[in-house]
Each structure stands twice: as structure tokens, then as C-alpha cells.
Design a protein around this ligand. Sequence first.
Ligand code: NAD
Ligand SMILES: O=CCc1c[nH]cn1
Length: 485
Amino acid sequence: MTYPTQPTASHFINGAYVEDTSGTPIPVIYPATGEVIATVHAATPEIIDQALSCACAAQAEWAAMSGTERGRILRRAADIIRERNHELSILETYDTGKPYQETSVADATSGADALEYFGGMAATLTGEHIQLGEDWVYTRREPLGVCVGIGAWNYPTQIACWKGAPALACGNTMVFKPSETTPLCALKIAEILHEAGLPAGVYNVIQGMGEVGGALVSDPRVDKVSLTGSVPTGRKVYAAAAAGIKHVTMELGGKSPILVFEDADIENAVSGAILGNFYSSGQVCSNGTRVFVHADIKEAFLKRLSERLAGAVIGDPMQPETSFGPMVSQRQMDIVLGYIEKGKAEGARLVYGGARVDHEGFFLQPTVFADVTDDMMIAREEIFGPVMAVLDFTEEADVMARANDTEFGLAAGVFTRDLSRAHRVAAGFEAGTCYINTYNDAPVEAPFGGSKASGVGRENSKAAIAHYSQLKSVYVRMGDLEAPF
Ligand SMILES: NC(=O)c1ccc[n+]([C@@H]2O[C@H](COP(=O)([O-])OP(=O)(O)OC[C@H]3O[C@@H](n4cnc5c(N)ncnc54)[C@H](O)[C@@H]3O)[C@@H](O)[C@H]2O)c1
Ligand SMILES: O=CCc1c[nH]cn1
């Protein structure tokens, strides 16, 4: 079968596709079949230099445009993305294996939301006036300069837009490096931005593995680095950025808790646990993979969860009825299978799934372990796959301490009908993104990001502006200036 997925070229630089086949070939594999559907080439040092030079050259003129003009271009790109949602969603499905049922509502649309939101905000970015007697200070909100975005493979379109939209709204330029596992979608975003009127060089995409990311992060022309990736990569990128005193946003991994109290609506709690463990086949950073269920309702919860999981439609991601797709790669599938074996060996009770699906491609069953204890590896490490660990509890104070006993702090959720308890628990969570009687919503209007090892900074919302701009204070004296001598 021939797939309509081979991009015009590997990179998009200075408003045009650019190829350099001397870079290492990167095969793009469709996770549902294991077939190679495209090949791109990693950026060579010359390509990296070209992308950064163009981003540098374009920045001053882009920043000099009014916010209204910049915003209009971003909003036009959002409109084009929405018009092309179908084809962009198909491409996202080819890139990641996620079912079209998901990609058609959660990926290009989420990217369009970001471009629309920050496009609308661009004209509102102002400083302030601070009166000091008859003297005064005013502040200017200025761009940082050249930003580097580095993406993970689970949300290639969304990540390209969540980083690009606020960066560009603030007057920065960007060089974006998608994950080598899902290199296709970001190229389309660059193409659409330019079709919408973006000046050449403002948003560039180059391909490559960690070395290309590393070269971008340590380049002195770069002012800001925004990474979405794992904690180990985050440590390296943060350290390299620190050496150059660069601004950072770190959107990293998690092992988030969901607490289900005895008074919870079980149907809603099961929905939350499904959304927080099996959406995108479990490959969502904020997933609530430690589900603490009150001992009084644990068996009822597990029974209903198993019944609901039996309704998952696993198979061809392009079919509209498919609700559960493959893992992104053979490698990720093998990592997750390793954790499933570890869970069995550690003595957790396998309640559902636990094996590969008999299908071509990288399919795993949605998997649930019960009777998991805090010390088990499946309760401590980020698996990044469809493996839910159910743990028991009886006391609120005890479960809060256990929920927070992790290096991660990305997200956390609570299901209860007692609203005082819900807000007390949310306040006590050591996590950046918390949910009450829901899970994994990520609207552009709300700040998204982690605390502790899960990250630095916030994406989306007004909060992102602070991470893509800097304030300059200008002191103004109205009268004569006295000096001691
Ligand atoms: N917090 C969030 O918003 C968020 C969102 C999605 C995914 N994630 C996390 O991402 C991880 C899964 O994605 P992944 O496997 O692609 O992550 P990863 O850390 O392996 O790679 C992320 C990106 O970093 C690049 N990279 C690797 N080494 C680098 C280096 N030394 N310097 C610069 N760049 C380098 C990779 O090429 C890739 O583009 C999970 O931990 C998940 O939780 C977090
Ligand atoms: O993968 C992390 C980002 C995210 C969370 N929900 C939707 N996208």
C-alpha cells in the first residue's frame, strides 16, 4: 500500500521546504501496521545553522509588527487548520497510531485553539505604568528572541502549536524539532502558518534525534528552550540551557494519582480512570496511573471498570468506531510489556488485559492491576502506556501522603461528592494540574504544567505569556537629577 504521508522535504526553513539527504534517514512507521510510510532525514549541522540563522534574521521584523497584525496571522492559521481538520487528523493518526475518533477532536483542533487564543491575545500584550510621585516607570513586554521547541511523540500537532502560538504571539521566532518518532505533523503546521501569511523564518521545523535537539539547546543564538519530553531528557536539556542562562519551559513526565472516595459517583470515577489511563492508549503525560480507590468500593469499581473496558473497540485506527489504537512504536510496546511482566512478578493482581492484541502493529490490551502497593515498580515509574495500577486506602490523610510521595507532580484528580473534601484535597495535592470529578481536560484557557520533577513553567492560558516574554522597566525622571558630588 502507498501512503499519502511522504512530506515534500524533511525540513521547513525560511518559509520553504528544504531537503538534505546527507542527514541520517529516519523511517516513519505507521504503528497500526509496522509499515514504513515515509522517510525524513535528520538535520545536518548546516541545516541546523540555516534554521537558526533564518530565525535570528526574521525576529526583529516580526517583533516590530503590531500585536494585531501578528495575531491576525495566527488566527488565520487556526481557521485553515480547522478547515483541514480531516486531513490533519488522518496525518496525526499515521504519525502516532491514535484512533481517528480521537485525533479528529483532540489534536489539530487543540492546535487551532492555541493559535486562536494566543492570536487573540497578541494585541493585548502591554506593559504597565507605575507612578512614583511626579516621576514614573513604565514597563515594556518584550520578546525573548529565538525560541527552540522540542516535542514528544504523543501529541505532535498539539505540541507544535502549544509552543509556537505563544512564542509567536509575543514576537519571538521559533525553530521546532519534533520527536523523531512522529516527524510529519509539525511540517504541516509550518506550511499552514506560512500560507496564513507568516513571514519567512519566523517558524521553522527541522528533524532529528537527541543530538539535533542538543545542538539547538546549546547554540548561543537561542534565548529560550521549551521541551516536552521525559524527566531524564528534561534534566539534560535544563542543564544545557542553564549553561547558556537561557529561559526554559519543561513539560515532563508524571505518575499522577486519582483518588476515588467512598462517596464518589462510581460511573463518573470509572470514566475518569478510563480517560486518565487509556485515552491515546495511555500515552498521555498527565495520566492518573495510580488510582487509589477507597476499600469500601474497590470491588464495585473494578467490576464496573472491567465491564466498561470490554466495550473498547481495538483495531484499525482509521475506522470511526475504533476507540483504542496501538502503541506509538515497537520500542514503546516492549517497554510497556516489560512493566506488565514486572507487575505480575511483583504480585499485583491482574484484573484486565495484560497482553499483546493478536493484530499486526503495536497493539496492547488495556491493562488493570489491583492490590498494587506503593513500593511496586508499576506504582512508582512512569510507564507511558495503558497500564492502570489500583491501590486501596481508607483514610484521607494517609492517602494524601501516599499520593504526594513521588518525585513527579504533573497532575492529580479526586472523585467525591463532598465538595469541601474535594477542594481540601486539591489544595493538598503537590501537582500543577488538578481535577475534581473529571480528568485530563486540557483547555487552552487554563494553565497546564507540572511541579516537582514534572516541570518548570506553564503552557496555555495567560500564564504562558510570562514564559515567552520579558519585562523591561524604563525609569523616567521629570525634574532635575541630584547626585552626591
Ligand atoms: N508535561 C507534558 O506536557 C508532556 C506532554 C507530552 C509528553 N510528555 C512526556 O514525554 C515523554 C514521552 O515522550 P518521548 O519519549 O518523546 O520523550 P523523550 O524525552 O525521549 O524525547 C523528547 C524529545 O527530546 C528530544 N531529545 C532527546 N534527548 C535530547 C537532548 N539531549 N537534548 C535535546 N533534545 C533531546 C527527543 O529527540 C524528542 O524530540 C513522557 O515522559 C511524557 O510524560 C510530557
Ligand atoms: O500529553 C500531555 C498533554 C496533554 C494532556 N491532555 C492532552 N494533552
